[in-house]
Design a protein around this ligand. Structure first.
Ligand code: PGA
Length: 264
């Protein structure tokens, strides 16, 4: 953590929680955060169908004003504007539900749905056109790490995924470093492994966009973050928050990660 960058803790619910479970979670979570102020940003990324419920719960219906300072993220978006793309959701549709962030390039999208760096890049551009803030995910597999390809894999994902994005786009982008072998496995990268990868990612951003942008961009760690390891990970100088899957499905553990991870 670096005091010049506000940490960002984002819950990635994946394909969990329809509208009624979203309501249960949010009510319980808000009862914990009530009256507290946090020096971090809190984001929830529910499935698409739960976005209207989440928007209702977090925004006062009359004004559309965010009453709880919790930002809403989508887990994906289409790279196209509209038309014959069965099953897809456009960035403008997301904007109607106060969505501010969109997770792009998640390893599950890459591995299961065949999203290439080029597709992810097209989505990044589409998100920025609609003024959505991408949470741009990158990370290596265990085989890539063990064969010494960590840096080349990350460099390719970054240069291809961010192709043609401007300095201004980068000011609105968050990077999530998520080693694939740590996602949903209970195996967390050691804080040293995570810090080394984050410092490398920041150095590549510095090469592409200059030291100022690199110093400002937030890089989250993701992969089996839990209440018990959040503080140690967040103490690393280049780690600026977390993208949390499994442990963000329970209000109490998401809350504890935020409290433990953002304590100064
Ligand atoms: P996990 O998932 O916390 O369950 O490992 C993280 C993610 O996929 O973003």
């Amino acid at each position: 953590m670096n005091i010049n960058r506000k940490p960002i803790f984002a819950a990635n619910w994946k394909m969990n929680k329809g509208a009624s479970e979203t309501e249960d979670f949010v009510k319980s979570f808000l009862s914990k955060t009530q009256g507290q102020s946090f020096s971090c940003e809190i984001v929830i990324a529910p499935p698409f169908v739960s976005l209207p419920k989440l928007a209702d719960l977090l925004h006062t219906a009359a004004t559309g004003k965010n009453a709880h300072a919790i930002q809403i993220a989508a887990q994906n978006c289409s790279q196209f504007d509209s038309g014959a793309y069965t099953g897809e959701i456009s960035v403008l549709m997301l904007r109607e539900f106060f969505v501010h962030y969109v997770i792009l390039g998640h390893s599950e999208r890459r591995a299961i749905y065949g999203e290439t760096d080029a597709i992810i890049n097209a989505k990044m551009k589409k998100a920025r056109e609609a003024n959505l803030k991408p949470i741009f995910c990158i990370g290596e597999t265990l085989a890539e790490r063990e064969s010494g390809k960590l840096e080349s894999v990350l460099r390719t994902q970054i240069t291809e995924g961010l192709k043609d994005l401007t300095d201004k786009d980068m000011a609105e982008t968050v990077i999530a470093y998520e080693p694939v072998w740590a996602i949903g496995t209970g195996v967390t990268a050691t804080s040293q492994q995570a810090q080394d990868a984050h410092a490398f990612v920041r150095s590549v951003i510095a090469e592409l966009y200059g030291a100022d942008t690199a110093g400002r961009i937030r890089i989250q760690y993701g992969g089996s973050v839990k209440p018990g390891n959040a503080a140690e990970l967040m103490a690393c100088p280049d780690i600026d928050g977390a993208l949390i899957g499994g442990a963000a499905l329970e209000p109490q553990s998401f809350f504890e990660i935020i409290v433990n991870g953002s304590a100064e």
